[in-house]
Design a protein around this ligand. Structure first.
Ligand SMILES: [Zn+2]
Length: 620
């Protein structure tokens, strides 16, 4: 293997990765966002956004890798990988300490770190002890180390009514077969009586792209019916919409979470997304996998969330529309036009009655900080999630611990190392916050809660750096940028990688929307510029063994992803992960001593919300 070769990687990054449990089908409107980052489809990348970045990176990489390894001839000719990486590439991050931390977090005693479990109590206590030992200040609520995150778990039971009534007859629907819904409300019974159904196309409101599917339609008390993905996902070349939403790559507007949020904002009581496998990137079996369960924030008082949210199969939707005299395939084509108008299904009335089992649990984010010496109200944030999948039965019915040593013990270990590095150096001018989030695996709930209840102002949070699943296969020439081209901190990371003699590549399967599946997302949605490092986003080009060895590592890891065998191993080479952590540390440190405010790129769907608070940043 040679120095990073996009074409080779493109070929290499193909489907052997197995489909995983994207609970995107409906385990709550946030659940499972993170899983599914790497199901293999053809890697058709978003073009035109990252090209300059990549070629610049590649050009430098050849010489810098050579300098770093002293192996120009070997690397260029694709032979020897014997030379090792200089520790200076990852200093001051210690691979050994990272390994030690993952060993503890992934140990049986921590019981797979499920939110609300005894494993949580141990994890939180251990993290606080680490933060103290490093010398951080408490960054949580009321001068403490934690932030309380109230969660609810719902499971819908068997519906006593689920139907669409028309002028003269009624179409019964079946949960799991025709539709799959969950609820984010904390009520023990759901009832919807004769709600109108409104088809809103892709349901996208994107002023920066000149697109609004809603055209002011009133959704109050109604069920909004959406198509999945972006308006240009099915577009043919030459159609006006083609490329407007990144082509086959998914923008946030394409995510099911976005559709539910938009329905909620507009006062709808329910949202149904028409499932199609290419658009969703997973089949109906994945949609129904959560079995009616959903995690969410605890709902109380003014309850704004949807009564019902979920999916309807294409065959069922086609029938529901046909009985109202509408042609769904024709409407799908219309929905690709900016002039699309929402369509209320004539004489159709949706009804649902179903019992719901509701349980409440409480969990904790763990936060430490170093207060800035000059601009304490400005914050640079590093984060990873401490939670994993806890204990549950495996396919053979045995109780197992899903250790989560790498997911996301690796990210937490990285945050601790970065904290240690900051503490050892001069006091940062901006405050630096170190976060260990809960309930990421339940749908980005810990980070989402913080973004909704920030402990440092988000308008003055300069950037969020998130690490989720770092590779354990040793020094690598590459790392993958998830959601490349969104903001200027990402450019800083690309440049910092070059200084390491490494290359940032865009994630291999951007149509999978990995950018929308980790703890940086709630910050992006709140306007905070973000960088996410996820080594599941592509095969690393390892110094030892190149891309083939990187592919083997990731394929082996995917077998253990969210399983018991995501466990600590003596065989790990943590130096590659340490390189990645050092990368974020270097960029974050510069930012912590800087007065600069990173910016979203003009085309980003997150630019507008940041712009609203530009005044508090002196116009930046
Ligand atoms: Zn994770």
């Amino acid at each position: 293997m040679r120095t990073p070769d996009k074409a080779a990687l493109g070929v290499a990054l193909q489907p052997e990765l197995r489909p995983e449990q994207e609970a995107g089908g409906g385990a709550g409107h946030r659940a499972g966002q993170r899983s599914g980052a790497l199901r293999g489809l053809g890697a058709q990348r978003r073009t035109g956004r990252y090209v300059g970045l990549r070629s610049r990176g590649l050009a430098c990489a050849v010489s810098l890798v050579a300098l770093a390894t002293g192996l120009l001839a070997g690397a260029a000719q694709g032979v020897a990988y014997a030379a090792d990486v200089a520790p200076s590439v990852y200093a001051p991050i210690s691979p050994q300490r990272m390994s030690d931390a993952m060993k503890v977090l992934g140990s049986d005693a921590f019981e797979g770190r499920a939110p609300g479990s005894a494993g949580e109590a141990r994890t939180v206590a251990w993290l606080i002890a680490q933060y103290k030992q490093i010398g951080l200040e408490p960054g949580g609520e009321n001068g403490g180390w934690t932030q309380r995150v109230p969660l609810q778990h719902t499971r819908v039971g068997k519906a006593t009514r689920l139907q669409v009534a028309y002028a003269t007859d009624t179409l019964p629907l079946e949960q799991v077969k025709d539709v799959y819904f969950t609820t984010a409300r904390g009520a023990d019974h759901l009832e919807i009586q004769n709600a109108p159904l409104v088809f809103v196309g892709y349901g996208v409101h994107a002023p920066e792209r000149g697109w609004d599917d809603f055209k002011g339609v009133d959704l109050k008390g109604k069920i909004a019916v959406f198509l999945i993905n972006d308006p240009d996902f099915d577009a043919k070349p030459g159609e006006p919409v083609a490329g407007k939403f990144g082509g086959r790559a998914m923008t946030y507007y394409g995510r099911w979470t976005y559709k539910y949020e938009e329905a909620t904002r507009r006062g709808a009581i329910g949202a149904l997304i028409v499932h199609d496998t290419p658009g969703a990137a997973y089949g109906w079996s994945t949609v129904i996998a959560p079995g009616g369960e959903a995690f969410d924030f605890e709902q109380s008082g003014q309850n704004q969330s949807l009564l019902m949210q979920g999916w309807i199969s294409t065959p069922a939707a086609t029938q529901v529309f046909a009985k109202a005299g509408l042609d769904l395939p024709a409407l799908r084509v219309q929905a690709r036009q900016a002039s699309f108008q929402p369509v209320t299904l004539p004489h159709a009335a949706f009804s649902l009655a179903v019992p719901v089992e509701v349980t409440h649990l409480e969990s904790q984010n763990v936060l430490g900080k170093l207060t800035g010496s000059k601009r304490p109200d400005e914050t640079v944030m590093f984060g990873a999630h401490w939670d994993a999948f806890g204990m549950s039965k495996d396919a053979q019915g045995h109780e197992v611990i899903r250790h989560g040593a790498i997911d996301d013990g690796s990210g937490v270990a990285g945050v601790l190392e970065i904290a240690r590095a900051f503490k050892a150096g001069p006091k940062p001018e901006r405050t630096v916050m170190f976060a260990s989030w809960t309930a990421e695996e339940r749908g980005l709930l810990g980070s989402g809660w913080y973004a909704a209840h920030p402990l440092a102002p988000l308008e003055k949070t300069a950037a969020n750096f998130t690490m989720d699943v770092l590779q354990m296969a040793g020094p690598s020439r590459t790392a993958y940028m998830v959601g490349a081209g969104q903001d200027t901190v990402q450019d800083d990371v690309v440049a910092a990688a070059e200084r390491q003699g490494r290359v940032m590549l865009p994630e291999a399967m951007s149509e999978r929307g990995a950018f929308y599946r980790a703890d940086h997302l709630p910050f992006a949605r709140a306007g905070v510029p973000v960088v996410a490092l996820m080594d599941m986003a592509g095969y690393p080009d390892l110094l030892k063994g190149g891309v083939p060895a990187g592919r083997k590592w990731l394929q082996d890891y995917m077998v253990c992803y969210h399983q018991a065998c995501d466990a600590w191993s003596l065989d790990w080479d943590v130096r590659g992960a340490a390189e990645d952590v050092a990368l974020l540390y270097n960029v974050g440190r510069t930012l912590a001593f800087s007065q600069a405010w990173p910016q979203w790129k003009p085309g980003s769907e997150f630019a507008a919300v940041r712009a609203q608070s530009a005044a508090v940043r002196g116009g930046h």
